[in-house]
Design a protein around this ligand. Sequence first.
Ligand SMILES: C[S@@+](CC[C@H](N)C(=O)[O-])C[C@H]1O[C@@H](n2cnc3c(N)ncnc32)[C@H](O)[C@@H]1O
Length: 236
Amino acid sequence: MRRQPTIAHSDLLPIGAEKSKQVRAMFDSISGRYDLVNRLISLGLDGRWRGRCVRALGLPASSIIADIACGTGDFCNLLESTGYRSIGLDFSIGMLRARTTRSPCVQADASNMPLATASVDGITCGFALRNFSDLEQAFLEMARVTRAGGRISLLDASLPKRAIFRAGHNLYFNRLVPVIGAAFSDRSAYQYLPKSVGYLPEPEKLRIMLERAGFDVDGHIFPTFGAIQIISATRT
Ligand SMILES: C[S@@+](CC[C@H](N)C(=O)[O-])C[C@H]1O[C@@H](n2cnc3c(N)ncnc32)[C@H](O)[C@@H]1O
């Protein structure tokens, strides 16, 4: 019988329903210290990346923005302080219970959102694309719930192109991050998170997937030596 890979003990990453189950259980278990470890492993830069992502929306004040995979609500807080109205969605009840936002949040899967068609002006999504078990379906759902002319802005990790930055990135995320994770939270989760970048399609493929879902991609930047990517697009 084929061995079922687990996030904790295998270099093989799970797929499909097994991936969703394990990702949700992992975020439920690390939710209490998620924010703290996030600040530590991003060297405090995560707020800056979220800021760039929100600015790329460029929508009028009071626009309704759904933050998909909102986690503990950092994006919702930032969206509100920028003048938008935000709602959060996440499938991990642990992350939602640890939330620090007053925005309305709902437990839901990105592949099947409890939002009406064309009901939001925009979408943000941070550090979650690689965690989705069906990225194409998540993009189709984003397209369904966003009104024509609405905007999405997606933030995630990336692999630096230049060999020297890639080597530093590899050392930091594959060696140091699990140690920080073990000290403050859960080693296996913080071994999975750097590896999970492997789930992300190449940048060109990501853009094609978004175009096919119904978006016109107009921005794709790679800050912090290419360790991060922000994709922005308009609903056609
Ligand atoms: C790395 S955290 C990012 C949280 C938050 N966006 C942030 O910027 O800190 C990834 C989040 O994605 C959520 N997630 C993963 N797959 C999901 C799915 N299919 N539907 C909804 N949420 C999902 C997890 O529960 C987790 O809260």
